[in-house]
Design a protein around this ligand. Structure first.
Ligand SMILES: [Zn+2]
Length: 345
């Protein structure tokens, strides 16, 4: 029983985001089959390198993994509308298995089509003057430790080395050498908690505009630090991160005579739980004056390095609310208390 996408019962429930007729026709053409799998049936086997891509149309399934000691770990439960096998479709082999709990119906989509969807879009919609990407920067998959580096590599292959590619990054990016060398420029958040997403996007867009208008070659200096900064010590409201990010702003501001040649400064403290070889703090400085760029990168790297011990501080939990109030007052942070059910905005 093949259900055409035009008659999809799930789409009528609002499970998917609304799309236009053209997009619906495209998905319908992409759908190769409509399968039924009995309870307990294996939809995708772990290690299967030709795993297909499915949408769960009806029934329940689980994504699970067999641990080295033989126990089975259920990663999540899949419900109608969930996509199955995306990891296997983007990369080489599935890292876990997917099993039906009830009888399930599946829409089969050809796995090899996935990357080609992006690939075709870039080819079809181009040529471009420049590319802006809104990335996080700490993507890790079981078969690639540098998701953003891989993405940038694939895009570079399609658009060539001369195309300006500017990407904004989260504060917690693990900024790898590949990311730095594949992007024309990377622009990171400067706050944790993150409150400067829009500002960062603006800075990235302005930089891209400047690169396009000026067409001046941009020199890059990249540094990685040789230690990890725990997430709990990365807050930019408090030291040592506060002063470091003040310096990032000062170096970029270019008001001081020796900074004239600098156009952008980004420091990413890193995301230690990713636990990959390229984990940790890094920084990248861009500018037209090689000497000034190298000097700024060295200064920032030395400043971060000098704080290594300060990042290893002890955390004292708040024993009561008065302590917490004191903490907030000291830092001029307002705490708004609301009754349950009160509208915040
Ligand atoms: Zn973050």
């Amino acid at each position: 029983m093949r259900v055409p996408c035009f008659e999809c019962a799930l789409r009528r429930t609002g499970a998917f985001k609304p799309i236009n007729d053209l997009e619906l026709a495209f998905i319908n053409e992409m759908k190769r089959d409509h399968l039924v799998c009995p309870p307990g049936g294996e939809i995708i086997a772990a290690g299967q390198d030709q795993a297909e891509l499915y949408t769960l149309y009806a029934g329940w399934a689980i994504r699970c993994k067999t641990l080295p000691d033989g126990r089975r770990q259920i990663l999540n439960i899949l419900l109608p509308g969930d996509l199955i096998g995306l990891q296997g479709a983007m990369f080489e082999a599935a890292a876990y298995s997917v099993e039906a709990i009830t009888e399930v119906q599946l829409c089969l989509l050809p796995r090899r089509k996935m990357w080609s969807l992006f690939d075709e879009d870039i080819r079809k919609l181009g040529p471009f003057d420049a590319i802006y990407l809104d990335l996080h920067g700490a993507m890790v998959a079981e078969n690639t430790e540098d998701g953003e580096g891989e993405l940038l590599k694939r895009i570079r292959t399609l658009v060539g080395g001369a195309m300006p590619i500017v990407a904004s990054l989260d504060y917690h990016a693990n900024l790898t050498p590949d990311m730095a060398s594949l992007a024309t420029a990377l622009v990171g958040y400067r706050t944790y908690p993150h409150i400067d997403m829009a500002v960062t996007g603006k800075r990235a867009a302005e930089l891209l505009d400047r690169l396009l208008k000026e067409k001046r070659p941009v020199y890059r200096a990249y540094r990685q630090l040789d230690f990890l900064i725990p997430l709990v010590w990365q807050c930019t409201f408090i030291e040592p991160a506060k002063s470091i990010f003040d310096l990032v702003g000062e170096l970029e501001a270019g008001e001081k005579s020796h900074n004239q040649g600098i156009v952008s400064v980004t420091h990413t403290p890193g995301f230690p739980p990713a636990d990959i070889a390229q984990c940790g703090p890094a920084l990248v400085v861009y500018g037209h004056d090689k000497e000034a760029v190298e000097a700024a990168a060295d200064k920032l790297a030395q400043t971060v390095k000098a704080q290594e011990r300060a990042f290893a501080g002890e955390h004292r939990p708040f024993v009561n609310l008065q302590h917490f109030d004191g903490f907030l007052q000291e830092r001029k942070i307002d705490l708004i208390r609301g009754e349950p059910g009160a509208a915040l905005v």
